[in-house]
Ligand binder design. Structure first.
Ligand code: S0N
Length: 274
């Protein structure tokens, strides 16, 4: 999956790589010996990287992927699954991938899943939540929960059903079958399929197309797509963006100025649109 694109390290971690190329951040799970299954530490590192992606104004678009070309992510690492969650060094059981899911969904920048090989279980859910998914021809998709004693009834069920339809989503979960890249394309689970050797260059091309667009427009669209599905949290996200836009207006600034200048605000000159 390697390409000639030069990535510079943003921050060093133990279980992920976090790199940058011309405003494009890449978060890559680096556990290819386990098909990039995630531990609580992997997820904590991904959450930290996502925080940086949100705050760092150099970053426009985020790619989520896995190292090695054989797996995007095979879900929770079953060898550290304990009583009530996945167990890290602190011996506390966690399902912190749910926090990561919400961050991918709410970060006001496009997140693209770059999928080579397996996207299975909780790894499949991660790509589903991303705004766009680009798959290599070797990509394989599926859920395993009912086989390995788990399920994701949140975005993993309801949002999947929004993406592929109720019948297909139930088939994916109830049968635990695996689907190749072309099948995934046909069911609208991915946006594009390319040869493995073109995966990174195509994904970066898509990122660059997004980078040329209005960031506020992309931001508003992402929260608009989320709003209806995400209930109060979705409305909060969209409304937060409306407030951001309002803060940019002279009308809102007059309100702030009048307070600081200890006078009544004069909103009379601002238009009342029909
Ligand atoms: C991906 C599969 C189909 C690939 O098969 P293949 O090619 O035959 O490779 P293997 O020999 O099986 O794998 C290579 C090595 O990688 C290890 N490995 C692979 N996946 C995992 C994994 N998930 N955990 C630990 N190790 C893994 C193999 O063991 C092997 O290593 P060696 O050679 O040393 O034995 C196949 O590997 C497969 O089916 N993997 C398991 C997929 C799976 O069931 N994943 C877990 C599903 N559940 C979740 O992801 C939970 C998500 C979650 O946290 C959650 C969140 C919200 C709500 C609920 C949940 C929940 O708990 O479900």
């Amino acid at each position: 999956m390697s390409s000639s694109i030069k990535w510079e390290t943003i921050k060093e971690y133990e279980e992920i790589l976090f790199t940058l190329h011309e405003g494009i951040a890449k978060i890559s799970i680096n556990r290819p010996h386990k098909h990039n299954a995630f531990t609580p530490q992997t997820v904590t590192e991904m959450i930290d990287a996502m925080h940086i992606c949100r705050e760092d104004t150099r970053i426009d678009v985020i790619i989520l992927t896995g190292e090695g070309g054989k797996a995007f992510c095979s879900g929770g690492d079953q060898s550290v699954r304990g009583h009530g969650g996945y167990i890290g060094d602190d011996h506390v059981p966690r399902l912190n991938v749910l926090d990561l899911q919400r961050m991918i969904r709410s970060i006001p920048k496009a997140v693209i899943a770059m999928v080579a090989g397996w996207a299975i279980g909780g790894g499949h859910v991660l790509h589903v939540i991303c705004d766009l998914s680009i798959a290599a021809e070797n990509a394989r998709f599926g859920q395993t929960g009912p086989k390995v004693g788990s399920f994701d009834g949140g975005f993993g069920a309801s949002y999947l059903a929004r993406v592929v339809g109720q019948k297909k989503a139930r088939e994916i979960w109830f049968l635990c079958d695996q689907y190749d890249a072309q099948e995934a394309l046909q069911m609208g689970l991915v946006n594009k399929v390319v040869p493995l050797e073109e995966l990174e260059t195509t994904t970066v091309e898509w990122c660059k197309k997004i980078q040329q667009k209005s960031p506020l427009s992309i931001r508003m669209l992402k929260s608009s797509f989320n709003a209806e599905l995400d209930g109060q949290a979705g409305i909060q996200e969209l409304a937060g963006n409306a407030t951001l836009l309002y803060y940019l207006s002279e009308e809102a600034k007059e309100g702030q100025r009048s307070f600081l200048e200890k006078r009544d605000p004069d909103f009379s000159k601002y238009p009342k649109f029909p």
